[in-house]
Design a protein. Structure first.
Length: 425
């Protein structure tokens, strides 16, 4: 039975939008149709199918239940704004029915990175950035990490990608594959390799965040350690730190999903590659494809293991960079409080020295302020000057004493005078 005609994805796409930062509740199909432009409005079909074989990549105009060719696999690209429009196509190509729970997960725009599997297929949810990495126009405004999920369904000879309709990465990859097929360039030999290529491009966008986030963290560090003014924008600083923690958590979720997927493949085949169960190796040697009685999902080859390890390394770099930036900003905060405490100690030391210097002078003025009839020097014409000279000598002696004991070595007044001399020099 012939299926509906399926055209290729359009070359252009709408600009990448932002989802709600706090991951809003899943939208119903009716809400999605009201909030998201329809496929008819954007000109993009809800489902497109490519057939990828050695040296060949072409769009499939019709999908039927006829047996698949001996070599190659199908890539079904769908939008989760058009709920379950791809399910019928998958059933015709593979004869496998996707569980309703997994279909609900594919429609959930708040779903974290995740892996699950059945005997017939595997599902991987991977959250990618919903914004283009770049510098902020306003350095005071924290860079917000906004993500959206892309869901992959892996079958032995088919891969399904369920993504936002305005995504730019997957349509760009699709165009590159079509050009590579026309020019006889190397194409992904297995659905797993195609998925890893897409995931690698998604992780590279996280790597592109490193420079703008680093620049903004350096701005916050300069603001924290600026001695000329007090730092008061704590809300924005805490928001920047929260975004770093969010990036770290996203990386951990992605690592968990990839590790579970790799472990599942190794467990199915006892940790060894089995060429007899690998449809790509079988078709390349002209042998028949695996029968339904055999394990549905093939094992990972050494080349795919290398790709998975490379992807894991990229995610680890993102997580490590987020951890380093978070540690740097915490160190800057600690330095800020240490510098504030040091300045406070300098001020208190200066005030303490001034108080200790004027304390004996206050004592002398208090003594001569007593109302006694007879006091030494009260009626002497030189008594006032002798008293002032004694007070000045006491004050000067205390200052010399404090300087000798280095109580005045690092006071705020002396440091300010030293900085002034250095600037003039």
């Amino acid at each position: 039975m012939a299926g509906p005609a399926l055209s290729a994805t359009r070359d252009g796409a709408a600009p990448v939008g932002d989802d709600d930062e706090d991951r809003p509740r899943p939208r119903s199909p009716a809400e999605a149709s009201r909030e998201t432009p329809s496929d008819l409005d954007t000109g993009a079909p809800p489902v497109s199918v490519l057939w990828i074989a050695p040296g060949q990549c072409e769009a499939m105009g019709e999908v039927s239940a006829a047996p698949l060719p001996d070599r190659g696999y199908a890539w079904i690209d769908a939008h989760y704004e058009s709920p379950r429009a791809w399910v019928e196509t998958v059933e015709r190509l593979t004869g496998v029915t996707v569980l309703d729970e997994h279909l609900s997960d594919a429609e959930n725009v708040t779903h974290p990175s995740y892996f699950d599997s059945t005997r017939d297929y595997e599902m991987i949810v991977f959250r990618g950035l919903a914004i283009r990495p770049g510098g902020n126009a306003d350095p005071d405004e924290p860079i917000r990490i906004r993500t959206r999920p892309t869901v992959f369904f892996l079958f032995p000879r088919c891969i399904v990608s369920v993504r936002p309709a305005d995504s730019l990465q997957i349509p760009a990859l699709r165009r590159r594959l079509l050009d590579a097929g026309r020019f006889k360039q190397r194409l992904p030999s297995r659905p797993e390799e195609l998925m890893l290529r897409i995931l690698n491009a998604m992780v590279d966008r996280y790597l592109d965040l490193r420079q703008p986030v680093t620049d903004q963290l350096e701005y916050w560090q300069r603001e924290l350690l600026d001695p000329r003014r007090a730092f008061r924008d704590w809300v924005s600083l805490l928001e920047a730190r929260r975004q770093l923690r969010k990036l770290e958590n996203l990386s951990e979720e992605q690592l968990d999903a990839l590790q579970e997927w790799r472990d599942e493949r190794l467990d199915r085949h006892g940790g060894r590659d089995d060429p007899a169960l690998d449809w790509a190796d079988a078709t390349e040697t002209g042998q028949p494809a695996p029968r339904p009685s055999e394990p549905a999902m093939p094992s990972l080859t050494d080349a795919l293991e290398v790709r998975v390890n490379d992807l894991v390394e990229h995610i680890e770099r993102v997580r490590g960079h987020a951890q380093r930036l978070e540690t740097s900003i915490e160190s800057a905060v600690q330095l800020h409080f240490s510098a504030t405490a040091h300045r406070t100690n300098q001020i208190m030391r200066t005030l303490t020295v001034l108080t200790a210097t004027f304390m004996p002078l206050t004592l002398i003025t208090g003594i001569f302020g007593m109302n006694f009839e007879v006091m030494p020097g009260v009626h002497s014409p030189a008594g006032f000057w002798w008293t002032m000279a004694a007070m000045a000598a006491i004050a000067l002696g205390l200052v010399v004493f404090f300087r000798t004991r280095r109580y005045l070595e690092e006071t705020g007044l002396r440091s300010a005078a030293t900085r002034g001399r250095r600037r003039r020099g």
